[in-house]
Design a protein around this ligand. Structure first.
Ligand code: NAD
Length: 475
């Protein structure tokens, strides 16, 4: 049993004022494996006060000093990779290959921010003015459970690179992963108060951070509903807000694509992170004339998709994070059946032979219309919809017929044709014939998938404000 009974404020592990206990589960066994004592509003206030005190000096640090701090943080986290990996598998249930990527990614984002910072022009000219990009102040970073360490480190790296200080409110369901990250970052020896980590409930700690007048910036990843609440709450003090929300990403197979390649990629894009990914390609758009052949290829390749014990290297889909999430996914599968979609694979209940754990059968529906619930709402589980289209015009129309616009995928043997199609898709990122991440490129959504961008210089600028000084140049 892991007992987590401290939060991290002003450079020290301290007993929180909050005294609510929250159980931590292994989603593969449904057993309680730990308990966390949650922070409350008083702890949020203390963390914000510490970050505010630290901002005075930290905002004056040089680029070189901040690069050096990010490198120390990277080294400290990289040294704890195995501990983080174990926490990810045990507490979140990610299959080992995914968990290894997640553990490395959390350290990598710190180094990527350090490299990006080397060349960022903080001062530039605009006409006769000198423009300086200044850090905003205290940043409130609110993160979900589907990539706890990666979101904490990614947001923190950008905030610190800019010269902001931070208060982080991770998901209460990820306290073991957060503990490993906090211990590592503590070892990096940053000035006290520069970052503070207060694990607590969203409606208490998250809401306090969103409303607090001493917080200048909010960066949130999570559901669209909570994102809207945070935007409304932050409006009172005109906080700068970055929101990374949900998606219903189209995966467009063009008629010149290699169907086996496309089906393989569609399964990988749809079932990544056990389907608990905001960028999952959940609407697979296929030319009607090729539908039967594509489905057949999918079914063949589904033999390689294994849901089960995340510690088994053959597993590709782990359990859902919680009972609530499992029930949510089950409900969507039932709705899909009720609304007349045809099951190509999977269905309700647990995979065969599995008695316990929040496992879902990897599910693919076909004959899905884009107005069905399963094509419109984010399911956040391994449930995919194949939607047939007549021609490219209709493919574009279906792809864009959604309130979301986070990511899209295009598969084609003709890159020029795919590029043209990509230019017509309303999404923050379009991946052509690839599933690779590009850390230098902006990440974020059009429409209700969010506001603003993360990663690279675009992500850095989300923590900066331009100040123009006139009359000082040319003399
Ligand atoms: P959520 O939006 O409920 O929670 C995300 C974070 O916000 C958590 O730290 C939570 O404690 C906090 N929070 C909750 N209410 C808050 C409030 N009123 N004020 C401030 N902070 C608050 O998301 P979840 O419960 O983690 O997952 C639910 C759904 O969110 C998923 O099914 C999925 O659709 C979506 N989601 C999206 C992403 C993404 O990367 N875009 C990630 C995780 C979840």
């Amino acid at each position: 049993m892991h007992n987590i009974d401290t939060v991290y404020i002003d450079g020290a592990f301290v007993t929180p004022h909050g005294d609510e206990a929250f159980d931590l589960f292994n989603p593969a066994t449904e057993r309680v494996i730990g308990r966390v004592r949650l922070a409350d509003e008083v702890d949020a206030d203390n963390a914000i006060a510490a970050a505010k005190r630290a901002f005075a000096d930290f905002s004056q640090t040089s680029r070189g000093e901040r690069i050096e701090m990010l490198e120390r943080m990277h080294a400290a986290l990289a040294a704890r990779e195995d501990a983080l990996f174990d926490a990810i598998v045990d507490e979140y249930g990610a299959p080992v290959s995914r968990a290894r990527w997640m553990a490395r990614h959390a350290a990598d984002v710190l180094m990527e921010a350090a490299r990006m910072l080397e060349h960022y022009p903080f001062t530039r000219r605009a006409g006769s003015a000198e423009v300086t990009m200044q850090p905003l102040g205290v940043a409130g970073l609110i993160t979900p459970w589907n990539n706890d360490a990666g979101f904490i480190c990614g947001k923190l790296a950008a905030a610190l690179a800019a010269g902001c200080t931070a208060v982080i409110k991770p998901s209460e369901m990820s306290a073991m992963q957060t503990r490993v990250v906090t211990e590592a970052l503590h070892e990096a020896g940053l000035p006290r108060g520069v970052f503070n980590i207060v694990t607590g409930k969203g409606e208490r700690v998250g809401a306090r951070i969103s409303a607090h007048p001493d917080v200048a910036k909010l960066s949130f990843t999570g559901s669209t509903a909570v994102g809207k609440t945070i935007l409304r709450t932050g409006a009172d003090t005109l906080k700068r807000v970055t929101l990374e929300l949900g998606g219903k990403s189209p995966f467009i197979v063009l008629d010149d694509a290699d169907l086996d390649e496309a089906a393989k990629m569609a399964l990988a894009a749809g079932f990544m992170n056990s389907g608990q990914a905001c960028v999952a390609g959940t609407r697979i758009l296929v030319p009607r004339a090729l539908l039967a052949a594509f489905e057949a290829s999918m079914v063949r390749q589904l033999a390689d998709v294994r849901a089960g014990d995340p510690r088994d290297p053959a597993t590709t889909v782990g359990p859902m994070v919680s009972a609530k999430q499992w029930q949510r996914v089950q409900r969507y599968i039932r709705v899909g059946i009720d609304e007349g979609a045809r099951l190509v694979a999977g269905g309700e209940g647990r995979p065969q032979g599995i008695q316990a754990g929040w496992f879902v059968r990897p599910t693919v529906f076909s004959d899905v219309r884009n107005d069905m619930t399963i094509a419109r709402e984010e399911i956040f589980g391994p449930v995919l919809s194949i939607i047939a289209y007549r021609d490219e015009e209709e493919a574009v129309a279906i792809a864009n017929d959604t309130v979301y616009g986070l990511q899209a995928y295009v598969v084609s043997t003709n890159v020029q044709r795919a590029r043209l199609l990509a230019s017509r898709i309303e999404a923050g990122r379009v991946l052509v014939n690839t599933l690779a991440h590009e850390p230098a490129a902006p990440f974020g959504g059009f429409k209700q998938s969010g506001i603003g961008r993360e990663y690279g210089t675009y992500g850095l600028e989300a923590y900066l404000e331009p100040k123009a000084v006139l009359g000082v140049t040319g003399g």
